[in-house]
Design a protein around this ligand. Structure first.
Ligand SMILES: Nc1nc2c(ncn2[C@@H]2O[C@H](COP(=O)(O)OP(=O)(O)OP(=O)(O)O)[C@@H](O)[C@H]2O)c(=O)[nH]1
Ligand SMILES: [Mg+2]
Length: 273
């Protein structure tokens, strides 16, 4: 097993958060927001992410890590972070790799049960810059949106320069495909960096979500849209993962391709009834 990185202690040097976070007015900064982070082999990235989240000027922000028994020891790293940041970091340990979608359902269900008013979702690999969190939350609080999406594909949004042409084409194609099949007014339909209002999340009936992998993001957007919720997009710069490997495999890609067709069929059947 590779050696495990030690999470930074809460008293170590000041943590740099990028982009520089906007300051929210007092009642909003005091929001009960829980960030759900699914992890599989993110032992090096997780302490950096959690350290940055804890450094935000959001004193009631909590983190729920959902780890699938990562071989690199991410679960133990998460437990250590829970000790370092008492009452602010929780960990759900699952016994095996069971997909990002199911991990999110478990984490979001816990966040709602623990009384969060806002639930954020972020990848652990530092692709989603922490500095945008206050801005996404502030946008949610100042609009009647059910969810605010950190978007790569609205004006002002951008992709890491590290992303090669094939990656850009795949992402652009996947977005165009999903939009054509599901006719959703969302520019970044596969986005994974979001903040939900708790009541908006509750009515989506998380327990019945079927997607296990990346199609989860699309299914969540589609459900919210079909239930008449407002989806607002805020531009972000999407970073490439710093260390570790992507978990995108054939099964996940196949589900991502087929799920939109199933969602559309289910919706049409439902309407005919
Ligand atoms: N708990 C859990 N987390 C997962 C699983 N699959 C992926 N993740 C996590 O979900 C997040 C997104 O996965 P990534 O591998 O970064 O997917 P990606 O962003 O499409 O791929 P890269 O750009 O290459 O990083 C990361 O935090 C992963 O650790 C899973 O089966 N279980
Ligand atoms: Mg990633």
């Amino acid at each position: 097993m590779p050696s495990q990185p030690t999470p930074p202690s809460p008293s170590s040097e000041p943590v740099r958060v990028t982009p520089a976070p906007v300051a929210l007015p007092e009642p909003w900064a005091d929001s009960r927001i829980t960030v759900v982070v699914p992890t599989y082999d993110e032992a090096e990235n997780l302490p950096v992410l959690v350290g940055q989240l804890m450094a935000l000027d959001l004193p009631r922000l909590r983190v729920v890590v959902v780890d699938d028994n990562s071989p690199d020891g991410t679960g133990e790293v998460a437990d250590k972070l829970a000790v370092d940041f008492p009452g602010r970091v929780g960990v759900i340990h699952r016994t095996r790799k069971d997909g990002l979608g199911r991990a999110y359902v478990a984490g979001m269900t816990r966040a709602l049960a623990e009384g969060a008013d806002f639930v954020a979702q972020m990848d652990a690999d530092l692709s989603h810059p922490v500095g945008y969190v206050p801005q996404l939350l502030g946008t949610l609080r100042s609009t009647n949106a059910g969810v605010v999406i950190g978007s790569r594909y609205v004006p002002g949004g951008s992709l890491s320069e590290q992303w090669g042409l094939s990656r850009r084409l795949l992402s652009g194609w996947a977005n165009a495909y999903v939009k054509t099949v599901l006719s959703m007014p969302v520019r970044d339909v596969t986005a994974g960096f979001k903040v939900w209002r708790a009541p908006a999340l509750e009515v989506l009936d998380l327990a019945s979500i079927e997607s296990t992998g990346y199609a989860f993001q699309v299914e969540m957007h589609y459900r919210a849209y079909r239930r008449g919720q407002k989806l607002v997009e805020v531009p972000i710069h999407f970073e490439d993962r710093v260390v570790g490997q992507s978990k995108l495999d054939g099964a996940v890609a196949l589900e991502a391709a087929l799920r939109p067709l199933r969602l559309r069929r289910a919706e049409r059947t439902h309407r005919r009834r």
